[in-house]
Write a protein that binds this ligand. Structure first.
Ligand code: SF4
Length: 338
């Protein structure tokens, strides 16, 4: 996150003022999931592949062959600026009299439009295909599948052409090793990413926070069967939490509050999004929805700065209004003490 150096200690410290709700610099994956369905997100992701293709393809369209690019002749071409009005396309021996400066934009525009259309069709195809096999998926997950395929295509196309004029001068085996590395890295990333979902991400985040809270408890080692908390998977942690149902309500609420504080500190959640984000954990700990507001009230008195800074400045008014509504409603409905 944004940092400054403390002039007294010379150490780095956070300078985050929470200017964004989901900040890429703090948690890139959270930003990915929260902005996935935003308008324009598809154009960026699908259009990027079109840009990568157009960037390299134009070398071919401009000269009619790939030698111009792969020999590196374009780096030595003189008077490029004065040729901006020369014909911009030369395809299979035919000169197309569109000036170069316009031909570049046309190439990019057409390729971006094509990849955008393919992306949208692919997304719909993913939903239909998966539905046909009896496992309907959310629009968000279909978009993630298509994004993953496009990202892999962009990565491989980029490294198939990027820096090739220099790379192709390498001896055969180092060149083959480099190519194999690109294929391997892309394949491993694809395998891990295509199966991932927002729920997986949220479960991992919750598990990491829960682990920290469980460390603070004096857990019976027999419960862990000789393993450490770090070795437990998110599902095993949930099972462990279920075992905690035998623990006192106070201890479960305390653990829950610790998790919420941790998530607020990491800016994984803000006060308004915390209610939904922690729903599963409340169920695991057998806590009621009302307990969430009890936890927020306690956090407001013990960590007032935390609630204040986690409210996004950009959406401060909206966040405060929503928070006030969500806090006041359940408080009003509480039974009065005799
Ligand atoms: S939320 Fe704003 S201030 Fe905080 S790390 Fe991100 S960009 Fe920096």
């Amino acid at each position: 996150m944004c940092r400054v150096t403390d002039p007294k200690t010379g150490k780095e410290q956070s300078a985050c003022v929470s200017c964004k709700t989901a900040c890429f610099d703090i948690d890139a994956e959270q930003t990915y999931w929260s902005e996935l369905r935003k308008p324009g997100r598809r154009l960026v992701q699908y259009g990027y592949l079109g840009m990568v293709i157009a960037f390299y393809l134009y070398y071919f369209l401009y000269t009619g062959n790939w030698d111009y690019y792969f020999t590196g002749a374009w780096t030595r071409e003189a008077d490029q600026v004065t040729k901006a009005f020369d014909p911009g396309f030369y395809v299979y021996g035919q000169v197309i009299p569109i000036p170069k400066f316009a031909a570049v934009y046309i190439t990019f525009g057409v390729l971006i439009a094509i990849t955008f259309t393919i992306g949208v069709v692919l997304e719909k195809g993913c939903r239909r295909l998966v539905r046909r096999y009896g496992r309907p998926i959310l629009a968000e997950q279909a978009q993630h599948l298509a994004f993953t395929i496009f990202t892999l295509a962009s990565f491989w196309i980029f490294f198939s052409y990027g820096a090739r004029p220099s790379l192709n001068r390498l001896p055969t085996y180092p060149l083959l090793a480099f190519n194999a590395l690109i294929v391997l890295v892309g394949s491993v990333w694809f395998y891990r990413t295509i199966r991932w979902s927002r729920e997986d991400y949220e479960r991992e985040q919750m598990a990491a926070t829960l682990r920290r809270q469980l460390h603070k408890l004096d857990l019976d080692p027999a419960l862990l069967e000789g393993r450490s908390l770090e070795e437990l998977t998110p599902n095993e942690l949930c099972t462990l939490v279920k075992v905690m149902q035998g623990f006192s309500q106070r201890l479960r609420l305390q653990t829950y509050m610790g998790v919420v504080v941790d998530l607020l500190k990491q800016k994984t959640i803000n006060p308004t999004s915390s209610f939904e984000f922690c729903r599963n954990l409340r169920q695991e700990l057998q806590l009621k929805d009302m307990d969430h507001f009890t936890a927020l009230e306690a956090i407001a008195s013990t960590h007032p700065d935390l609630l204040a800074t986690t409210l996004s400045r950009a959406n401060a008014y909206e966040d405060l209004t929503t928070l006030a509504t969500t806090l006041v409603k359940p408080l009003k409905s509480r039974p009065r003490k005799a």
